[in-house]
Design a protein around this ligand. Structure first.
Ligand code: XMP
Length: 319
């Protein structure tokens, strides 16, 4: 009889058998896959596991604190919060090309992870939240787009470079099974049901040059949009929803004066796997109310648009 409880026991047995008394390191991203992998491995080998949360300064409002807090307090899991936002934002200064941004972030991520991992004496294993579809994809589209999409999170090439062996306890599971396992392991439902979030974070939701000012405005606008979606009970019907801050300022009028502030775009899509997507059909009332809230509550934005592009021909992200 197949149950997640049985899978959990079996996975724990296998992890113990593979790892023995050696140390394991894990790059925790705050996503569901790496989180479930980390909690499962921690259950199997306790403090032989150390997690590293690489904070690139491109997370959403309060997100890093929430993720780190949950794992430290709720799971008592050894976790290094590698706050390297100054490093990442510094290297991204003046960069506007989307692929260059991704390369910089991916490269720094590996450097930073390696730096912290080297500080953990005698680590022999690297844990990854690789799923069954990732295994399939990397075989059938080797070098193709799906590999590029995942390349940031899976710290590609790192195990060989550092001489580490892989621990991948989710390799046989699909996404819905990982969620079920996360539930079994006691991860909060709100955490398990979170929308996917790209490795490069807000960098690819800030087309063009990234500045601290734009990031701060974007975080606030995004938080209002997600709050609206939750309040209207729509969060679980949507695959991903976010705000992109546009590299353009427009004129507006507020009170007695004119404003000259950033425009933003709301993006919300339905999808099964992220490969194709349709824009979410919000009501006009919802859109109007959301635009009003963002413009009233977020200083620095005076115009709000809704992106109604499907994928293809558009992508989900703006970069
Ligand atoms: P696009 O924009 O290509 O996105 O339609 C498809 C899915 O992939 C996510 N995405 C990324 N994830 N690193 C990631 O880890 C990336 O560079 C990246 N680019 C896009 C996106 O959020 C969506 O779920």
């Amino acid at each position: 009889d197949w149950t997640m409880g049985a899978y959990r026991e079996e996975a724990i047995r296998k992890i113990r058998e593979q790892v023995g008394d050696k140390k394991v390191i894990c790059a925790l991203s705050g996503g569901v896959d790496s989180s479930v992998a980390a909690v499962l491995i921690h259950e199997a080998i306790g403090d032989q596991l150390t997690c590293v949360y690489v904070d690139h300064g491109l997370m959403r409002l309060n997100e890093s604190e929430q993720v780190v807090g949950m794992f430290r307090e709720h799971y008592n899991l050894p976790l290094i919060h590698a706050d390297e936002s100054e490093l990442f934002l510094g290297k991204l200064e003046g960069v506007s090309d989307p692929e260059t941004k991704r390369k910089i972030i991916g490269g720094l991520f590996i450097d930073v992870f390696q730096k912290y991992a080297n500080g953990i004496d005698g680590a022999e294993f690297l844990a990854q939240g690789t799923l069954y579809p990732d295994v399939i994809e990397s075989v059938s589209f080797s070098g193709g787009p799906s590999v590029t999409i995942k390349s940031h999170h899976n710290v590609g090439g790192l195990p060989e470079k550092m001489g580490l062996k892989l621990v991948e306890p989710l390799r046989e599971l699909f996404k819905d099974e990982v969620r079920a396992l996360g539930h079994e392991l006691g991860l909060p439902a709100s955490f398990i049901g979170r929308h996917p979030f790209p490795g490069p974070g807000l960098a690819i939701r800030c087309p063009g040059e990234i500045t601290r000012e734009k990031l701060e405005i974007l975080r606030k606008a995004d938080a209002v949009f997600i709050d609206q979606i939750r309040k209207h009970g729509l969060y679980d019907d949507i695959w991903q929803a976010f705000v992109a801050i546009l590299p353009v300022k427009t004129v507006g009028v507020m009170g007695d004066g004119r404003t000259y502030d950033f425009a933003c775009a709301l993006r919300a899509v339905t999808s099964v796997d992220g490969m194709t997507a349709d824009y979410y059909p919000f009501t006009h009332d919802f859109l109007g109310e959301t635009a009003t809230r963002i413009i009233n509550e977020v200083k620095g934005i005076n115009r709000c648009t809704y992106d109604i592009t499907s994928k293809p021909p558009g992508t989900i992200e703006w970069e």
